[in-house]
Design a protein around this ligand. Structure first.
Ligand code: SF4
Length: 413
């Protein structure tokens, strides 16, 4: 049985259990939270209807927040709520009422950037405060300051190397969280106004339009300079090969970016990193012949080229993704398992597919299960002429499949 405390796991009755950091996944919706936790996340972060930095995500209403907390706590997992917008006085006045709700439903921490928000949380509640990466904490003095303000955990700026994080940890007795995977921000974590000027959307108040991904050039199309016009777009972070360094530095939590990302992304990334951390937990090393498989899985979700960004050395020109946004893989979630029985498996279809496509169920643990149905039937056993999102598909029983498993499709294999 897993008993969870902040950043530390204990396996009851298990003699060998090496310490590993918490795996913290994004939850852009209630279903994504459940998928992330089923696939191994120890905790999720999410946004309410206000005060967060992802205004386009399916942010949680009160009912969903209550269900998310119940779902997580029933499984010994944690939920953090982002309050990481920079607020004006009029908005700050509305915050105490929201804090009351978060306290009542037992939120495990709130993630704040703005000093005024931190002070308001501290004055009006007993909620645990985590400092958002938006506050760009990069050094021990800054960490000490935030600790004195009552902050329990700091999400370090993405510019901090793991070796620097270790020094901060040694100098300041405070929980540290670092990004391990996902999209990067070319500015100092959101301290950017390109979207404000070009799109009328405020990055620091949830409106980032990812303007750094756009093409910028004064050179005419077709010229040599024009090819390098995506100079502000960063590759995506991938930290699977430096997990040992995070552990050696005593980093308490490893964060996966992506509240706007897909079910496929959330499930796959949570599964891969939790498998890797479990390998360490059980064996005390990452010397697994699974490493290449884990990396291959990370390449099956939509991503730009990967980089370790500044985790080891400061990010440089080789971290720039100087290409137009595109998807270099054909994998999508075709459906989600709704129900399993001894003689059938019901799947809710999310993307159309046919029997000619490569289908595989991604179990919560272990190898993917290839599925080769001769025909596609609806719940009453009638042949489906076409698959459409929302339809229910009845497949023959799939051994090991469980509710909420993702059915992945590779188009035109
Ligand atoms: S536009 Fe790019 S650099 Fe600016 S806040 Fe958004 S992600 Fe960061």
């Amino acid at each position: 049985m897993l008993v969870k405390t902040q950043g530390i796991d204990f396996y009851k009755g298990c003699a060998v259990s090496n310490w590993v950091p918490e795996l913290l996944s994004p939850a852009g919706s209630l279903e994504k939270l459940k998928i992330a936790m089923w696939y191994g996340a120890d905790a999720c972060y999410l946004g309410g209807q206000k005060f967060g930095l992802r205004s386009a995500a399916d942010n949680f209403n009160e009912e969903e927040l209550r269900e998310a907390l119940k779902f997580a706590h029933d499984r010994g997992k944690l939920v953090y709520v982002v309050l990481n917008s920079f607020l004006h006085d009029s908005e700050l006045n509305e915050l105490p009422e929201f804090l009351k709700l978060l306290e009542e439903i037992g939120v495990d921490a709130v993630i704040c950037s703005d000093l005024g928000v931190v002070q308001t949380v501290r004055r009006h509640s007993d909620l645990i405060v985590h400092l958002s990466t938006q506050a760009s904490c990069l050094n021990s003095q800054s960490a000490m300051f935030w600790k004195e303000q009552g902050v329990k955990r700091i999400v370090l700026g993405r510019e901090v190397a793991i070796s620097e994080a270790k020094r901060i940890k040694d100098n300041v007795d405070i929980e540290l969280e670092m990004f391990v995977h996902g999209s990067m921000c070319m500015a100092y974590s959101g301290n950017c106004v390109i979207s404000n000027y070009t799109q009328g959307r405020d990055s620091n108040r949830g409106g980032c339009a990812h303007s750094c991904r756009f093409e910028y050039s004064l050179a005419p199309k077709g010229s040599e300079e024009y090819k390098n016009a995506f100079f502000m777009s960063s590759k995506d972070l991938e930290g699977i090969r430096v997990l040992q360094d995070f552990i050696d530095a005593g980093i308490d939590s490893l964060k996966v970016e992506g509240r706007m990302k897909t079910h496929h992304y959330v499930g796959t990334i949570s599964k891969v990193y939790s498998q890797a951390l479990n390998q360490y937990r059980e064996h005390g090393n990452f010397l697994s012949d699974q490493l290449e498989n884990w990396e291959a899985e990370l390449r099956k979700v939509g991503h730009r080229d990967y980089t370790q960004a500044s985790l080891v050395d400061p990010a440089g020109a080789n971290s720039i993704f100087d290409e137009r946004e595109h998807s270099d893989n054909d994998y999508v979630v075709g459906g989600v398992v709704l129900e399993t029985a001894s003689d059938y498996t019901l799947v809710e279809i999310r993307s159309p597919f046919t029997t000619n496509d490569h289908l595989e169920v991604i179990p919560f643990q272990g190898e993917n299960i290839i599925v080769r149905p001769d025909q596609l039937l609806d719940a009453s056993g009638e042949v489906l002429p076409k698959t459409r999102p929302g339809m229910i598909l009845k497949l023959p029983a799939i051994e090991q499949a469980q509710t909420y498993n993702l059915l992945r499709v590779r188009m035109n294999p």
